[in-house]
Design a binder for this molecule. Structure first.
Ligand code: D41
Length: 666
């Protein structure tokens, strides 16, 4: 079938607009992206071949206009009124009195927190877009609004009025805002404070190409000339313009009386944090257009509408100080002490600043006026400093070099956002955590020493550190809550037993950052005693398998901290063994596999990978996943992978299952 280009162009435009509507307005994509792109490209090519057929309402022409030097003024033909703040009961009472009616029907809508704009359609074509401005005069942002995909360039369906002026809100949805903020941060560009500011900034761009890259959305909430649609209610008017292709907020509904308004207010308030956009309240409107006309206006606001606000989720206040808190794991967190402010329904007097980089990135200083946000049950957050409230007397925050709780050194490892106290064995902030870890089953295995007991021991001052555990006796324990003589005796016995734990367990139990069980085993095997491990420099530490510069640094800093060394000395004096060679280790030391690093590849004929790994580890060997210069043996089975090639190229010895079994039984 041969078709005229004009016909095909018309069909393509209609189809593309249908897909746009499904995607941006209905939130229900109707084609895969690739198909959409194909249609779009076909239209672009046809229009390029037939420039006389290009029209301004073609979907290819959304970003047509050149950058402007300023935005022209637009006088609104019908003023864009403001809206009064009232609660549900007062608003309903006023309406009932003025209309001498009961059980009034209201259109209820979420109050979107964006920018009010007006869109004019002539013969179904989008011809003018303006900001609200002061309500009388706004700015011409037609070129920018044309780039907003949810705004139809042409209305669709039957009964398109000769002229239609639609009012609504331009917003950035939260998910789009988060993506946009992350992209700005990654590009080193200024980050927007909140979706509203980002939407405002995007809309008032002089270059529509910039606006086009911002994921703005539009939701209609009123028609300036509803008589053009000849309907009798506000809700039917919005239904109608939705049918013409304009997006409206899906949460809008018709309710009756003050009860209905209040129920709506509560329901939307409960959903507030889950909505795709920020709202600052709900809007109530008398639904009947005839009743609206009877009610008229008070000064610059209609008597037939009201905004019922929710508690603000953002407020401004002053940063009185920036303090540093030390968490259970030693993480140092800067916290802003704030002049108390009522926000999100509670009084907030402090807010986390997360970490040092975050303070720098947001450039929050002591003495700043800041925007504080508390949404839902989320912990309060300092969003940004208000730069134009600076006096010059603000002071920058510096991360302390010593832990504010215990005075130990502070370290920040490469690649980590968080600074930490290095006095893990000593710091009161980390005491409970340190003791729990020390006593845990895979560490010193002190059965019975659980969270409740550790809480009591620390809170009553019976134990000041892991070393203090060995000063406990049955009598001291027996006075604690829920502690019988027998349990007390069991714990004393477990403590006694733990003194003979392997060196690997002891090293793991110290709770050195980045030293897990496997690394602890490697360290114990390599150094043979705690004293030798403590004396090692980072170079020697890096000789141990899987110990890189970061782990080495972490270990060295831990033992460099005098507070930790004191606690270790006390452990030693209590009789905790700090040399290698428990029975298991002695046995392992005798095996040919002991201390060797193995890599498994391919399928072994007589054992699974897990079995092989368990056997090797029981014999004191170690299994690694990748072949490197530190690998001693590659055990190859059937269909070995690239690891075998790598082993050969590095000259690593390759053995089979038989050879492995032989080695393990030696
Ligand atoms: O969602 C909104 N922000 C919203 C704003 C809304 N849903 N309805 C509104 N209705 C009106 C009237 C009653 C005057 C037509 C409004 C606004 N006005 C409004 N937005 C900014 C100023 C006034």
């Amino acid at each position: 079938m041969v078709r005229l280009p004009a016909e095909r162009i018309r069909a393509l435009r209609a189809e593309i607009e249908r897909h746009n509507h499904a995607y941006y307005v209905l939130d229900r994509p109707s084609v895969p992206d690739a198909e959409y792109d194909r249609l779009f490209r076909e239209l672009e090519e046809l229009e390029a071949a037939h420039p006389e057929l290009v029209s301004p309402d073609s979907p290819t022409q959304r970003v047509g206009a050149k950058p402007a030097t300023e935005l022209a003024e637009v006088r609104h033909r019908v003023p864009m009124l403001s809206i009064r703040n009232l609660d549900a009961e007062s608003f309903d009472r006023q309406c009932r009195e003025a209309l001498a009616a009961e059980g009034i029907a209201y259109a209820a809508e979420p109050k979107l927190d964006g920018l009010a704009v007006s869109l004019t359609y002539r013969e179904g074509r989008f011809v003018l877009g303006a900001t609200r401005g002061d309500g009388e005069t706004g700015e011409d942002v037609t070129a920018n609004l044309r780039t907003v995909r949810s705004i139809p360039l042409r209305l669709s369906g039957d009964g398109i009025p000769q002229e239609l002026e639609v009012r609504g809100e331009v917003v950035l949805c939260r998910a789009d805002f988060e993506r946009f903020r992350a992209a700005q941060a990654a590009a080193g560009e200024k980050e927007p404070v909140n979706p509203r500011n980002a939407a405002a900034g995007s809309l008032r761009q002089l270059d529509p190409r910039v606006t086009a890259r911002r994921p703005l959305r539009f939701f209609a909430y009123a028609v300036a000339n509803p008589e053009a649609l000849s309907l009798s209610t506000h809700s039917a008017t919005l239904d109608r313009i939705a049918a013409l292709g304009l997006p409206t907020a899906p949460e809008r509904r018709v309710v009756r009386g003050a009860d209905g308004l209040l129920r709506y207010y509560r329901e939307i308030g409960e959903k507030r944090d889950r909505l795709p956009y920020d709202i600052d309240g709900v809007v109530y409107k008398v639904d009947s257009l005839a009743d609206q006309a009877r009610l008229g206006f008070v000064s610059r606001a209609p008597r037939w509408a009201a905004a019922h606000k929710y508690p603000a989720q953002e407020e401004m206040t002053e940063v009185l100080a920036i303090e540093v808190q030390v968490g259970r794991t030693g993480a140092l967190t800067p916290v802003a002490r704030l002049k108390p402010v009522f926000v999100g329904g509670v009084t907030v007097s402090s807010a986390t600043l997360h970490n040092e980089d975050e303070v720098r990135r947001k450039d929050i200083r002591i003495g700043d006026i800041v925007i504080v946000r508390r949404a839902g049950d989320v912990i309060p957050e300092v969003v940004a400093a208000v730069a134009d409230r600076r006096t010059g007397r603000e002071r920058e925050f510096v991360m302390p070099q010593r832990c504010p709780v215990c005075g130990s050194g502070v370290m920040r490892l490469p690649g980590e956002a968080v600074a930490r106290c290095t006095g893990g064995l000593y710091c009161p902030a980390q005491r409970k955590q340190a003791i729990l870890h020390f006593a845990s089953r895979r560490a010193m295995d002190i059965a019975g020493l659980g969270e409740k007991l550790v809480d009591q021991l620390v809170e009553r001052g019976l134990v000041d550190s892991v070393a203090g555990l060995y000063g406990l006796d049955g009598a001291a324990l027996a006075v604690l809550e829920r502690m019988g003589d027998k349990s007390a005796r069991n714990i004393v016995e477990a403590l006694e037993r733990s003194k003979h734990a392997s060196l690997a367990r002891l090293v793991f139990a110290l709770g050195i950052r980045n030293v897990g069980e496997a690394t602890a085993k490697d360290l114990a095997r390599h150094f043979g005693s705690l004293a030798r491990l403590m004396a090692a420099g980072t170079n020697e530490l890096e000789q141990v398998p899987d110990v890189g510069p970061v782990v080495a640094e972490s270990i060295a800093r831990f033992f460099a901290e005098a507070h930790n060394r004191e606690v270790i000395e006390r452990l030693r004096r209590s009789g905790v063994r700090d040399e290698g060679a428990g029975a298991a280790e002695l046995f392992a030391a005798g095996s040919a596999a002991s201390g060797k690093v193995f890599v498994l590849t391919g399928t072994l004929p007589g054992m699974t990978r897990e079995e092989a790994k368990a056997l090797i580890e029981a014999a004191g060997g170690k299994v690694s996943t990748s072949v490197s210069g530190k690998t001693d043996f590659v055990v190859a089975g059937k269909d070995p992978g690239a690891k075998l090639d790598r082993a050969r190229s590095l000259g690593v010895r390759v053995i089979d299952e038989d050879a492995l079994r032989h080695m393990l039984s030696e």
